[in-house]
Design a protein around this ligand. Structure first.
Ligand SMILES: NC(=O)c1ccc[n+]([C@@H]2O[C@H](COP(=O)([O-])OP(=O)(O)OC[C@H]3O[C@@H](n4cnc5c(N)ncnc54)[C@H](OP(=O)(O)O)[C@@H]3O)[C@@H](O)[C@H]2O)c1
Length: 262
């Protein structure tokens, strides 16, 4: 399937890759959800505890291009603890593109947590360059909740048994989020897929073999793999980068007949 293009101001006309994507309207009651990850050739998403070193600067640029479309960028709490979380598009060009699209210069930063055990002195809570919100399960201890609230960032309580759906509903209805970009980690991605709430899956395959005894892959969960819950993917585009030997894959979740298999 060919990628759709739209007219850009002349200064934007030469932008490559994911800057020129278009997406369908958000479904009823939740945003249109994109998941974006980078993994090694052997399917690993971390080296020594973080994603650092898996993707090239070209991959980073593509990530920034995806952010240019997003109303909000979501991470799981463990990613915030391990890697930090910032929704900022890295380049001035991408910030300008957002303005051209009528979006704020930075997406809303979003983190989902059950525990409320979060790095409150980190950029996610202190940066004046973007707004952020924590969706916190109602099972979190009150002292943790109060500590997060004391940062001045918004905290939204979600039911622990239905946190993903409640968060998505609130993002769409209360925060006006139409395009949500989830940048991991694996547990959050797993919860989104299990809620049948992922529309597109972007994954960069890096030219690395990580090996080792840690097998964190892009999507994981507490349940055993089940053939009833396998999600089919339909390839939208596959772009090779001869300079970095990376492959950039874009999938729509579902078959060509519909969002899920029959
Ligand atoms: N290669 C890549 O592209 C990439 C991208 C992102 C992250 N990473 C790496 O992935 C690792 C983190 O992945 P991970 O799977 O361990 O953790 P994660 O998905 O980042 O975060 C898991 C945490 O998110 C919260 N959470 C997840 N699902 C929830 C739900 N349904 N309801 C409420 N809270 C929920 C919980 O927070 P609490 O623990 O606070 O309760 C949970 O422990 C890091 O090492 C990071 O560097 C790699």
């Amino acid at each position: 399937m060919a990628l759709k293009h739209r007219a850009y101001p002349s200064c934007m006309a030469t932008l490559p890759g994911y800057a020129q994507l278009t997406f369908p309207d958000a479904p009823e009651g939740r945003p249109y959800v994109l998941v974006n990850m980078v993994m090694s050739g052997d399917g690993k998403i971390v080296i020594e505890g973080t994603e650092q070193g898996l993707g090239s600067s070209s991959d980073q640029a593509l990530m920034g291009q995806l952010r240019s479309h997003a109303d909000a960028v979501l991470n799981g709490a463990e990613t915030l603890r391990k890697s930090g979380s910032s929704p900022l598009p890295a380049s001035e060009e991408m910030r300008a593109l957002r303005e051209y699209r009528g979006l704020p210069r930075a997406p809303l930063g979003v983190v989902l947590s059950r525990s409320g055990d979060l790095p409150l002195d980190g950029e996610f809570f202190t940066s004046p360059a973007f707004e952020s919100v924590v969706f916190l399960a109602d099972s979190a201890h009150d002292d943790r909740r109060r500590a997060v609230e004391a940062t001045g960032r918004r905290v939204v309580s979600v039911p622990v048994g239905d946190s993903v759906r409640a968060m998505l509903r609130a993002l769409r209805v209360d925060f006006g989020v139409r395009v949500l970009l989830c940048e991991g980690g694996a547990a959050l991605n797993g919860a989104l897929f299990d809620a049948d709430a992922v529309d597109e899956y972007f994954v960069t395959v890096g030219a690395r073999i990580v090996g080792g005894d840690v097998a964190l892959t892009p999507v994981r969960g507490d349940r055993a793999p089940s053939s009833a819950l396998v999600r089919p993917l339909t390839l939208v585009s596959a772009v090779t980068n001869p300079e970095t030997s990376e492959v950039y894959l874009r999938y729509r979740v579902g078959t060509t007949q519909g969002r899920t298999s029959s």
